[in-house]
Every structure is written in structure tokens, then in C-alpha cells.
Design a binder for this molecule. Structure first.
Ligand SMILES: Cc1cc2nc3c(=O)[nH]c(=O)nc-3n(C[C@H](O)[C@H](O)[C@H](O)COP(=O)(O)OP(=O)(O)OC[C@H]3O[C@@H](n4cnc5c(N)ncnc54)[C@H](O)[C@@H]3O)c2cc1C
Length: 375
């Protein structure tokens, strides 16, 4: 049986970074992925993901974000490829909305440079935006987006360069922890390691039964629409956006990489799903929900559809992450429940998983992310 210092189950966003950080610490590491690297059946595809510092979800994410930015720049340098593109970020809504209040709280607590703009001022500066009356926007210059699939490729390539082994198209069918060791069974072989990291995204609860109800997959849909005024939605003209409106919480990107202005709605149509049985067809109702957001808040982007894709969130009950050691097995580390806002943290989660696996604890404050909070 082949033996490793650490095995990582799931080589998507989080797992690719974990494989790399483990290898950098000198561990002999094996990453196991059920599909291709990268692929379009999990949570990390669709060209790009927003990164922002004005973190409305909770200000205690900001120190992790600062480390994420640093680590993204490190992997960019290693890969010799642009992975993080700064556009500035806009968090908009009514002044009483969680998005605006939370973004301002993070900015004020962490002394982040920012401007507050009303609907007219935002439109003068970034004409693609058409906020409703009474809405305001927090503009923070450090926001931007990550090229998510390229980031996975970069981490896997960098990990392989320093000796990590990665096997794709090899689903894990079970694992057992006994006597300080872990045995991982795939459709091909059984492997042994001293430590295990589980970064299985929407499949997490299939590998860790304790995560049933704590890491619930949800179907999402994205649209790319051809702008009617392309100059408003170019890189440089349109900061990435989170907009909390009465009809939903929309997020959007400047045109990049593929044709069209990209927009999604958080929790899309609130469709819980099973990661192995996702409805990947696009229905008229899917487009209607997204078109409504474009028409109301970005009407100059309301041209023909260029593409639509399904994707998966994995929601925890409080929508904060789960970054912890397994409750029964101290040598098993788990990253799960990223609740639709995890990608920007992949770089630092790779570091955290490595520390939990190799050192038993992390230098980062994980008190918001313990599995025990749901006990
Ligand atoms: C539409 C959409 C928009 C989003 N927008 C943003 C955003 O703008 N900013 C942001 O920060 N985040 C965003 N997110 C969230 C972010 O993309 C996710 O939090 C992140 O991609 C999760 O990464 P992951 O590694 O947990 O999952 P994945 O990348 O899906 O990786 C999990 C991997 O584990 C593998 N796996 C599972 N089970 C097994 C098994 N038994 N054997 C082998 N391999 C296995 C899977 O095949 C998969 O490759 C968005 C998500 C979606 C769906």
C-alpha cells in the first residue's frame, strides 16, 4: 500500500491550495480528485470569483483576507500568470442593508480606504450601475476578481513541481482513521497516510456524515449577457459588485475572459440539491430571475445571452465556513460549508488546512469557524 504524510480528498479550489501548502512544508502529499482538474461540476468554475476587503459578512474575515491577498500574489509569481485582477469593489443597497452596513463596519474597524456614493454619484463614476433611489454604495479600491479555474491549475502545477502527487478521475469511496493512521479507498486503490484533509466542496457531507445538515449543496445559475454599452462594463470601467435589493442579492463582474457581463443572484431560486444529482439544464425561470436583476440595476448590459452555467453553493446554517479538525479524529482536517463566498479564501484555507493537519492548530483565529458551534 502506498503511504504518504498527508492525503487531500478533493482537488478543487480549497484542495489544490492545500496540496500545494502541504508540499511546501515538505510533506509527501497525495491529492485525489474524482473528476478532471479543473472541472465544471463543483463550485469553482465559470471563469472568475470576486475578492473584496470590505467584508460585509463579518469583519473578522478581514485579517484572513489580507493573508489571502498575499498568498494569491505568491502563487501568481510562481505561476508567472495573472490570477488576481483589481477592479475595486462596490457593495450597494439601502443604507440599512446588511451589505452596506457590514461593508462600512469592516472598513471602519480595519481602516480600509473607501468612499460612500449615492445612486447618482455612483452612476457618474461607473455608468454601468443604476441603483434604485435611496440606495447607496460603498466603493473600496482593493476589490477585484480571481481567475478561479486558472488558480486551481496554478496550485496543482506548483505542487507537482515540488513533489506532490495528484490523481484525477479517482473518486474516493471511503476512509477510515485507525491507530493514528488514515486509510483512503478509491475506485482504484487504497492509500495510507498520517493525516487527512477533506476539501470535498458540495460532496463534503458524503465523506463526513457529521456534516449532513451543516454543509448543504444548493443549485446556482450564472448568466453572461452581451452589454448594449460595452464601454460601461469593460475592465477599468466597472468594479465588481454586490447589490442587496428587495428582489434579491445580485453580484456582477466586468466583461472578462469570455463574452458578456457576468451576473448571479445569491441563492438563485433557493434549490437545495444533491451534489450527484444536480439539475444542470438551464430553464426559462433561471434566466428570468437573472434578467430581472440586469434590467433593473444594469440596463445597459441587457443584450443577448452569451452563456449560462449551473454551479453549486455549499451552505452552512450560519453561512460562515467550517475550518476545523474532525471531532473524533485529530489527524483529519476539514474545510467545508463555504456558503457561496469561499473562493477568495482558497489561498489562506490551503495554509490553514496544512497547519491543522501538520501542527494540530493554526496561526489564524478560527473561532468563527469551529464545527462545535452547531453542536
Ligand atoms: C455561482 C457561484 C458564484 C460564486 N461566487 C463567489 C465569489 O464571487 N467569490 C467567492 O469568494 N466565492 C464565490 N463562490 C463560492 C466559491 O466558489 C466556493 O466557496 C469555492 O469554490 C469552494 O471551493 P471548494 O474547494 O470547497 O469546492 P470545489 O472547488 O467544488 O472542490 C471540491 C472538490 O472535491 C472533489 N471531490 C468531492 N468528493 C470527492 C471524492 N469522493 N473523491 C474525490 N474528489 C472528490 C470535487 O470533485 C471537487 O473538485 C461562488 C460559488 C458559486 C457556485
Amino acid at each position: 500500500m502506498q503511504t504518504y504524510d498527508a492525503i487531500v480528498i478533493g482537488v478543487g479550489g480549497m484542495g489544490s491550495a492545500a496540496v500545494y501548502h502541504l508540499a511546501r512544508r515538505g510533506a509527501r502529499v497525495l491529492g485525489l480528485e474524482q473528476f478532471d482538474i479543473p472541472h465544471e461540476r463543483g463550485s469553482s468554475h465559470g471563469v472568475n470569483r470576486i475578492i473584496r476587503l470590505a467584508y460585509f459578512e463579518h469583519p473578522s474575515y478581514v485579517p484572513l483576507l489580507r493573508r489571502s491577498y498575499e498568498l494569491w500574489r505568491d502563487i501568481e509569481n510562481l505561476a508567472g500568470e495573472r490570477l488576481l485582477i483589481i477592479t475595486g469593489s462596490v457593495d450597494a443597497g439601502l443604507p440599512s442593508s446588511e451589505t452596506v452596513k457590514g461593508a462600512l463596519l469592516a472598513c471602519n474597524l480595519h481602516h480600509l480606504p473607501h468612499d460612500v456614493l449615492d445612486a447618482a454619484a455612483l452612476r457618474r463614476r461607473f455608468p454601468g450601475y443604476r441603483l434604485a433611489d435611496g440606495m447607496i454604495a460603498v466603493h473600496q479600491p482593493d476589490g477585484g476578481f480571481l481567475l478561479s479555474e486558472r488558480a486551481i491549475v496554478a496550485y496543482v502545477a506548483a505542487a507537482q513541481d515540488i513533489g506532490a502527487e495528484v490523481r484525477a478521475r479517482e473518486p474516493v469511496v471511503g476512509w477510515e482513521a485507525t491507530g493514528g493512521q488514515v486509510e483512503v479507498r478509491t475506485v482504484r486503490e487504497t492509500y495510507r497516510a498520517a493525516r487527512l484533509v477533506i476539501t470535498a466542496g458540495p460532496w463534503a457531507s458524503k465523506l463526513v456524515p457529521g456534516l449532513v445538515g451543516l454543509a448543504r449543496p444548493e443549485r446556482q445559475v450564472l448568466i453572461w449577457a452581451q452589454p448594449l454599452r460595452p464601454e460601461y462594463f469593460r475592465l477599468g470601467a466597472f468594479p465588481v459588485c454586490n447589490l442587496r435589493a428587495p428582489d434579491g442579492h445580485f453580484y456582477a463582474f466586468p466583461v472578462y475572459g469570455v463574452p458578456g457581463f457576468k451576473l448571479g443572484r445569491y441563492h438563485h431560486r433557493h434549490e437545495a440539491t444533491d451534489a450527484d444529482h444536480v439539475d444542470r439544464e438551464i430553464h426559462p425561470e433561471d434566466e428570468a430571475v437573472l434578467r430581472e436583476g440586469i434590467r433593473r440595476y444594469f440596463p445597459d448590459a441587457d443584450g443577448p445571452t452569451m452563456a449560462m452555467k449551473t454551479c453549486l453553493f455549499t451552505n452552512s446554517p450560519d453561512e460562515h465556513f467550517i475550518l476545523d479538525r474532525h471531532p473524533e479524529h485529530a489527524n483529519v482536517a476539514i474545510a467545508a460549508g463555504f456558503s457561496g463566498h469561499g473562493f477568495k479564501f482558497c489561498s489562506v484555507v490551503g495554509e490553514i488546512m496544512t497547519e491543522l493537519a501538520l501542527d494540530g492548530e493554526s496561526r489564524h483565529d478560527l473561532s468563527l469557524f469551529r464545527m462545535q458551534r452547531f453542536a
